[in-house]
Design a binder for this molecule. Sequence first.
Ligand SMILES: CCCCCCCC/C=C\C/C=C/C(=O)SCCNC(=O)CCNC(=O)[C@H](O)C(C)(C)COP(=O)(O)OP(=O)(O)OC[C@H]1O[C@@H](n2cnc3c(N)ncnc32)[C@H](O)[C@@H]1OP(=O)(O)O
Ligand SMILES: Cc1cc2nc3c(=O)[nH]c(=O)nc-3n(C[C@H](O)[C@H](O)[C@H](O)COP(=O)(O)OP(=O)(O)OC[C@H]3O[C@@H](n4cnc5c(N)ncnc54)[C@H](O)[C@@H]3O)c2cc1C
Length: 678
Amino acid sequence: MNRYIQVGDNTNITEERQKATFDTEVLGSIIYEGQERLNRRREIAKYVEEHQDLHDPKPRAFMTRLEAIENASRKIIALKKHAEQAINASDPSENYLFQSFVMGGEGHPIALHDLLTAPVLLANCDDEQLDLWLPKALNYELNATYAQTELGHGTNLKDLETTATYDTKTEEFILNSPTITSLKWWPGNLGKSCDHVVLQAQLYIHGKCYGAHLFWVQIRDLNTHKPLPGITVGDIGPKFGMNTNDNGFLKFDHVKIPRRHMMMKHAQVDPDGTYHAPIHAKLGYSSMLYLRSILLGLFAMNLAQSAAVAIRYSVIRRQGEIVPGEGEVKILDYQTQQHRLLPQLARAFAFLATGKFIREMCFKVMQDIRSGEVGLLADLHAISCGLKATCSFQMALGIEQCRMACGGHGYSLASGLPQLYSLAVGGCTYEGENMVMLLQLARYLMKVANDVRNGGPKEEPSEIVQYYFRPAKSTTCLIDQAYDTNHQYVLDTFEHASKRATLAAYDKLQGLKQKGLSNEQAWNETAVELCKASRAHCRTFIARMFVEQVQQIADLPVKNVMNDLLELYLFYEITEAATTLMEDGYMRGQQLRFARHKVYSLLEKIRPNAVSLVDSFDFTDRQLESVLGRRDGHVYENLLAWAQSSPLNKDDIDCIYSFFTNDLGNFMLIFYRYQYSL
Ligand SMILES: CCCCCCCC/C=C\C/C=C/C(=O)SCCNC(=O)CCNC(=O)[C@H](O)C(C)(C)COP(=O)(O)OP(=O)(O)OC[C@H]1O[C@@H](n2cnc3c(N)ncnc32)[C@H](O)[C@@H]1OP(=O)(O)O
Ligand SMILES: Cc1cc2nc3c(=O)[nH]c(=O)nc-3n(C[C@H](O)[C@H](O)[C@H](O)COP(=O)(O)OP(=O)(O)OC[C@H]3O[C@@H](n4cnc5c(N)ncnc54)[C@H](O)[C@@H]3O)c2cc1C
């Protein structure tokens, strides 16, 4: 049963909804982790609909960057005024939801503050510092960002150049940007909006460098908003996307801050300059760990949004005939269209299940760190790096695939898809460039491989990598066994591919070292294989998360349709991994053909439920910002209305005519007349 059937909707979409074999409401409550949350989501969306000051005055596609930033600033202020009434403002998930309905994902002047300041302070400040700074941060008495990346270094944090030199005489740190490459570059909202930064800078005491540490630094006057003495700050200019965010640059010229402005939960500097090291060297990187972990859920939603737009549009758009004479078909009836779109939807569900697991693991690790326990930190760091890279890459490709699947109209900003792509693809870069992230996971996997090759683990391995130590149940792939109803043989196949890729990379690495290459040279010469191993491990992990999620579904009709999507995900991934699986003879051609046919038959099976599956996400039209993805399916008349709202259509003045009215225009007119004898 699809609950979104409305009188007045385009009949092409209504007839799709009537075909649903499951209750969209039940699936919606699984997606949003409970009926209560789904209901709250709707209440908040309704509140936003009812308050015009929370809306954009015109489509954002028609705004200049400056207009868009001013509009975002106006809306975020209005949003904060409404917050008390609209949501439970002390609940971060309600805050996030309210903001995403009103602001979208393009950014706004306090985006980074809302996202990171409280978690970073909580993770890195001692109690006294928290008492001083956290209430102000939570009350918006200040607006902070996370300033780590520099013009010269984003990935390699060991070589950050901003210095914080301790002066025992004054008990202050002196912050300095000694070179052009040491300027902070990229932090969100640094350009125009924020007045404080969480700063990563190299700590120097008595001439010795102790590595990057976090500092709490005021950069602008709270009354005048002017930069404080010694500080140069500004916006870095327009970007590929996220243009309502004022990503900025920052330079320090011997700026002094008190000793207690170093965040001292994990490492401390005494007044006399004595340094106390943290219990784990990388605790200062915890904000990255946190963001990488929560991003997976966002990636899932971005992909689901693009699938919702493209699938809805694909049942409105009719083009060509499949059976000559029977009339034009909905483009979703083409197998190629299904093959482009439905795997994206399946991946969105797979990422959602994975994101939930990692988010919960991250909260546990953060809790452990607060009580001085770091046992799971390395495991979470490794898997969250790998998943951030794998999911952001597949999400970005998937959104682009959805956009192209909408043909010409997908190229128009009216579809909302170019904006979604340019926003989402940033996820391949921020919070760690994807290749670098895959290589971080590979470091961890190489330790696992070392244990595998040398008689087993020295201690109980994390659940995430236990399969490396389990003997294989079969030396050949069994995916074509009809009785694999719990998908164990498919999971075995993914595990085989991971083990093989990981051990192959390990063996190559060892071989190169034995030939006399240094660790670092051997690593670089194995890097492509190392990344393959990380991707394979992530695929295994995501598949297991998705299988486990579907196994837990109680409602039979929902379980059935989700099982179809799960199988589509699994067999699609098998076809993607075919080269690796066939290389060592584990999988045969016959099994690859089986996997392909499974994909084709699943596409056909899922096709009637496609619109209802995306409806279950309960996206509002305001959220999708897409004429093509409108819930009511009235695409064409609204495309015309959208085009007519273009400022270019405001009057009938010809731009070329106005160009001809100036001197250069007169010259050009004479030139053309001469050239073409007009
Ligand atoms: C719902 C949410 C809505 C979200 C909306 C999103 C919009 C937000 C948009 C943008 C925000 C963006 C913010 C940013 O981008 S902030 C900047 C992020 N920068 C990075 O991610 C930099 C990437 N680089 C690194 O992380 C590191 O430099 C490194 C890990 C690549 C290497 O670090 P380095 O200190 O040089 O490491 P070493 O080689 O000395 O040691 C590696 C060693 O350390 C371990 N390790 C590294 N990091 C961690 C960690 N965080 N936790 C635990 N352990 C860590 C690593 O595993 C190695 O261990 P070893 O193998 O045992 O030696
Ligand atoms: C939209 C957006 C928002 C951002 N917001 C913030 C923010 O709020 N705060 C902040 O501090 N930063 C922010 N950043 C910066 C971001 O974190 C960095 O850009 C990112 O970590 C990548 O670093 P880089 O730019 O130095 O890339 P580089 O490291 O220069 O990457 C360039 C290429 O070199 C390769 N490469 C680099 N090192 C290695 C290696 N060791 N092995 C193999 N290949 C390597 C990469 O794979 C890549 O192909 C933001 C960036 C973007 C795009």
